[in-house]
Design a protein around this ligand. Structure first.
Ligand code: ZN
Ligand code: ZN
Ligand code: FE
Length: 756
């Protein structure tokens, strides 16, 4: 630290500690710029807690610095706290960026940022030394979490450590006036990573244009790409991936290309252009010329913009402006991140593999959001979002929340911060389970956290609890019921301590009575939940087989409603006599037909009954297709029964019976679907009214995968608000099982505060 002897009398000096997301976002150069503007001297450095500054100069200038650190922070920074205290002036001569200091402490982990406009301009400028360079980045953009091995965030702890800077890059890195001053992943064609593909990007572009399937190494893992307007190519990808229906995301060259596919509001355009470049769910245009196989049976298509310069350059001069861009994996496996595994995984899926020599340190799938009520609502927290810290309402002991088995994401928490890890997928797959273990170890290393508590689901056969316990074998354990975790997640998400009337509607979760729950209403605080109302138990004939074949659920719901299996109903006609007998026996005996209060399974049953979906090849397919099939506009709910008690029961039988009657009388499936969704909303409103009358509560919280259905969610919010309730749904955390770990962490924190 350069200093000269000098009279200290005219100077005051202060030491600042800045906490929050302040590393990997251009914060040190920003501070240096501020200091120069304010004529302050001293230094700035990264520490294990954030950024530390010592500045000296006139008191007024130091005050101005205090304000500007927050008010003018770089766009990607999130300043949480600025603390300042007096120190002895040392007579510094300039204002320098000092080497980082490692040490005990916990930093927000910087997340990946899509290539900025300045960098893209250089990559497209034939006169620039980075012309055509796929790994261009600066302090405002580029990979972060996916290249990080440790913190503080410095090049030697990233996947860039193997690339020695050339003289030109070293100059930019050291020049405070340069946009790449201290940009840790700085690179150029002379010294940085290189694309590996015979013939380069131009040849990859030609192959895509010819309808070939190309696996490419993206930011947080491999992706599979093909021309989104070429039906033969998309259908071939589906056949090879053995993924018959689950929607593919589409990457477009820009917002204009997205608008040719879907309706894009101003808020949706902002989400597409955001630093995370997430997949945004958009309403497809009626005249969109996408291949029909991109998102069969659905009204929405997930669209994202290029997440890296590699992606952006692929579109330049190409005859296509929309590519299917789906996770590079076999169905149900984790996204591949290393070249050796990719070669094995894609040998019979992709026609060619476009890779490069920058390793991926951590896996991160593409994030998914929807714009709801003008704001971005996360459906999958992954690249660009995970593992940014989420505020907890209570301080937590160091803990690991295992998450759910489906749509798994785990979370670490300590103090008021929960770090929800990236979406991993279905833990029943052995490779996903090992990805879980690797992600746990990686994030624990970044956060320097040693869990004292492991929070987990109650289901005895669940995978996540065992994996989490294996990671922290000495930690205490705390079991939290799945739907309590859902409602704790939404209460903590919105900072509501409770008690509130809290609905958790989803597909499947293990209940405290051994039944499969999923249509639940609680009087809940974050710490505790009392089940006050649920959907009546209806058997799941064949267990998992019923989930794969919703027509089985239609039979069960018809039987529950006391409606005969009339083979003029297509769902009934899809079975032969032998199968019908087998299901009847299962329902009569209860053998391999567990009781369930699942709202999601009722959606499945009605989707099958209405002839919308009788086989489900991916989680949530029947419910998503039912929503897409539903006619727009107001619809009359079907009747249902609300039976008071402890807990009260909502009997879906009257509605199921009315639907069967309507269908036999020739009702159209779009009308039935709309009326069914209106029924679900009416159940929420009636249930909330019932609990309010008994308990005097007027706050309602909504969570669970069913509320991914934006039509149902919006109607619930509107009608509950009109009925005088304050309504809370998710904002920061997914409403599906991707938010379970956050809820588990919140329950553990709330219990710790109670001293339990
Ligand atoms: Zn940039
Ligand atoms: Zn270079
Ligand atoms: Fe759930």
């Amino acid at each position: 630290m350069a200093r000269v002897a000098r009279g200290a009398d005219a100077l005051s000096a202060r030491r600042f500690a800045v906490e929050g997301l302040v590393q990997g976002v251009g914060f040190r150069p920003f501070v240096q710029g501020l200091a120069r503007r304010l004529d302050l001297r001293g230094w700035v450095r990264n520490t294990a807690f954030g950024v530390e500054i010592v500045a000296e100069g006139p008191a007024a200038a130091l005050d101005a610095l205090t304000v500007a650190l927050r008010a003018e922070a770089p766009p990607l920074a999130q300043v949480r706290a600025v603390t300042a205290g007096p120190v002895e002036p040392a007579g510094f001569r300039g204002f320098t960026i000092e080497p980082s200091v490692a040490g005990a402490g916990r930093l927000p982990v910087p997340v990946d940022v899509a290539t900025c406009a300045d960098c893209l301009r250089e990559a497209r400028d034939p006169g620039d030394r980075r012309f055509g360079y796929a790994f261009v980045n600066c302090t405002n953009c580029g990979p972060r979490y996916t290249i990080l091995h440790g913190l503080p965030y410095d090049r030697e702890r990233t996947a860039m450590r193997g690339f020695a800077l050339c003289a030109a890059c070293a100059r930019e890195y050291a020049d405070p006036a340069d946009r790449r001053f201290h940009a840790e992943p700085i690179a150029c064609p002379a010294c940085g990573p290189q694309v590996r593909f015979p013939g380069g990007l131009a040849e990859a572009r030609r192959q895509l244009a010819r309808g070939r399937i190309v696996a490419l190494k993206g930011v947080g893992g491999f992706q599979l790409a093909c021309d989104a307007r070429n039906e033969a190519a998309v259908a071939r990808l589906r056949a090879r991936k053995r993924r018959p229906a689950k929607p593919f995301a589409v990457m477009t060259a820009g917002v204009a290309a997205a608008e040719r596919i879907a309706h894009v509001s101003a808020a949706e355009a902002a989400a597409l252009l955001g630093p995370a470049a997430p997949i945004v769910l958009l309403a497809r245009r009626a005249d969109a010329d996408l291949a029909p196989s991109v998102a069969p049976g659905l009204r929405e298509t997930g669209v994202m913009l290029p997440a890296s310069a590699l992606h952006a350059l692929l579109f330049d001069g190409a005859p296509f402006d929309a590519l299917v861009m789906t996770s590079g994996n076999r169905t149900n496996e984790p996204i591949a991140i290393d070249d050796a595994h990719a070669a094995a995984a894609f040998g019979d899926i992709a026609d060619a593999v476009l890779t490069h020599d920058r390793p991926i340190a951590a896996r991160a799938d593409d994030a998914v959001v929807r714009v709801y009520a003008g704001a971005e609502l996360p459906l999958r927290r992954a690249r660009g979002a995970a593992p940014l810290p989420l505020r907890l309402p209570f301080p937590a002991p160091p803990l690991l929340a295992a998450g759910a088995d489906l749509k798994n994401a785990f979370a670490f928490a300590v103090g008021r911060d929960a770090y929800l890890g990236p979406h991993l997928g279905d833990l029943a797959n052995a490779d996903v389970a090992s990805a879980y273990a690797a992600s746990l170890a990686h994030l624990a290393e970044l956060l320097q956290i040693e869990p004292e508590v492991v929070v987990h689901d109650l289901y005895p056969q669940a995978f996540a609890p065992g994996l989490a316990r294996a990671f922290a074998p000495r930690a205490r354990t705390l079991g939290v019921q799945h739907h309590h975790a859902h409602v704790a997640a939404v209460l903590a998400d919105r900072g509501v301590e409770g008690p509130a009337i809290a609905f958790a509607f989803d597909g499947t979760g293990y209940g405290t009575d051994g039944a499969i729950w999923g249509g639940e209403c609680f009087v809940a605080t974050v710490a505790r939940a009392e089940r006050v109302l649920h959907l009546a138990y209806v058997a799941l004939p064949g267990g998992d087989a019923a989930i794969r074949r919703p027509a089985r659920l239609a039979l069960a719901h018809l039987a529950h409603a006391g409606v005969a299996w009339n083979d003029r109903l297509p769902a009934v006609a899809s079975f032969d006599a032998l199968e019908l007998n087998a299901v009847a026996r299962q329902l009569a005996s209860g053998l391999n037909a567990p009781p369930s209060s699942s709202m999601g399974r009722w959606f499945d049953a009605i989707a099958a009954l209405a002839g919308i979906c009788s086989e489900a090849t991916y989680d949530g397919q029947a419910a998503m297709e039912l929503q897409s099939a539903a006619a727009c506009g107001a619809a009359e709910p079907y009747p249902f029964a609300l039976l008071p008690g402890a807990p009260a029961i909502v009997d879906p039988g009257p509605a199921t019976a009315a639907i069967a009657r309507d269908l036999l009388a020739g009702a159209k499936s779009d009308v039935v679907a709309a009326r069914f969704q209106a029924t679900v909303v009416a159940i929420v409103v009636a249930g909330a009214g019932h609990v309010r009358a008994a308990r005097g509560l007027d706050r309602v919280a909504l969570s669970g995968g069913v509320f991914q259905n934006a039509d149902v969610l919006a109607s619930c919010e509107a009608q509950l608000t009109a009925a005088g309730f304050a309504v809370f749904s998710h904002r920061r955390v997914p409403t599906n099982d991707g938010g379970i770990a956050f809820g588990q962490a919140a329950v553990a924190a709330a219990r710790a505060v109670e001293g339990v």
